[in-house]
Design a protein around this ligand. Structure first.
Ligand SMILES: [Zn+2]
Length: 316
């Protein structure tokens, strides 16, 4: 009697032990599947899945630019003009970027996409995937060649924990469609770099394939139809600044071409000339609200998540 009792107790203990192991591995697996997105403002993002950390267009300095009406009278910082030397707000960057970073992806070389990347690449040692123009700028800042992967669009690269398709794209049609800039940095350049040295240098989009999510990113309010057609991301980050309105049926076409993604997170819509913590109500009223209306018609089944600066969005 005694013996069989001990045996059955042992069996129960063993069973519970295996159940616990199973439950633990299940929770760990489901945690590893989560994708965590943090919005830096502009077209800037931190994307973490498990152990992998990818930054996209991390622009954190949010300089007060020129005499733009978008500057705030409550902002005591100095104004930066095109001929001024660019200076990153390293205090703010050190506050925001505290984890290890594996990769930095850059859509184009304008300052609101690239200008903080030299400091962040130096600080983290991350590998940068960007155009020749961006890489020339990064080299000027002393980023070693081994940290730079030059791309032109069309590459589809496999890494240990993810793959990325580099998509040729075009820049937003700024200034009532008067935007056109074919300049590139092809020769070595020297420091110090002025704000005006951050030229576009061609535009890209990225399809980042994480283990469980495919994310399509953008740095502009524009795209090449044949390049995005049939991509089927489950998360899309479309540019939602005013210049999207220059493009023929921008939202409707982008959603249809990409198979009506399940999750849509608007990017590049905030006023990036003011520091974190300043009101974004005006941008939400004038850009986000009309975009939400466009989405009701363009892809009513998509879930639209409006990001808040420095807050994490968890995608299961
Ligand atoms: Zn730009």
């Amino acid at each position: 009697m005694k013996i069989s009792n001990t045996k059955s107790t042992k069996r129960v203990v063993l069973k519970s032990f295996f159940l616990l192991i199973f439950l633990l591995s299940f929770t760990q697996n489901s945690k590893a599947q989560e994708l965590k997105l943090k919005y830096f403002g502009g077209a800037g993002w931190e994307m973490i899945e498990g152990d992998l950390n990818i930054l996209v267009d991390p622009y954190i300095s949010r300089l007060k630019l020129g005499d733009s009406p978008a500057n705030s009278k409550k902002d005591p910082r100095k104004n930066f003009y095109p001929k001024d030397v660019y200076v990153s707000d390293t205090v703010m960057i050190d506050k925001v970027i505290t984890k290890k970073v594996d990769f930095i992806l850059v859509h184009h070389s304008h300052l609101d996409h690239l200008a903080d990347v030299p400091y962040i690449a130096k600080k983290t040692g991350a590998t940068v995937i960007a155009t020749e123009t961006s890489c020339k700028i990064l080299k000027a800042y002393g980023i070693p060649e081994k940290q730079l992967l030059r791309v032109r669009g069309g590459e589809d690269y496999q890494f240990d924990q993810f793959s990325v398709r580099v998509i040729p794209s075009i820049h937003s049609a700024l200034n009532d469609k008067h935007y056109y800039d074919s300049r590139m940095h092809t020769d070595e350049i020297e420091l110090p770099l002025k704000l005006e040295d951050f030229i576009e240098g061609k535009s890209l989009m990225f399809l980042i394939r994480f283990k469980n999510h495919k994310v399509l990113t953008a740095g502009s309010m524009n795209f090449l139809e044949r390049e995005v057609e049939g991509l089927k991301p489950d998360v899309i980050l479309p540019g939602v600044n005013f210049s999207r309105l220059e493009i023929y049926k921008y939202t409707e076409r982008l959603m249809a071409l990409t198979n009506f993604p399940k999750i849509v997170i608007p990017t590049h819509w905030d006023n990036f000339r003011v520091p974190y913590g300043f009101s974004q109500e005006d941008a939400i009223e004038k850009k986000i609200k009309p975009f939400l209306k466009e989405m009701e018609l363009a892809s009513p089944k998509s879930k639209v998540i409006v990001p808040v600066h420095l807050e994490t969005i968890t995608i299961k």
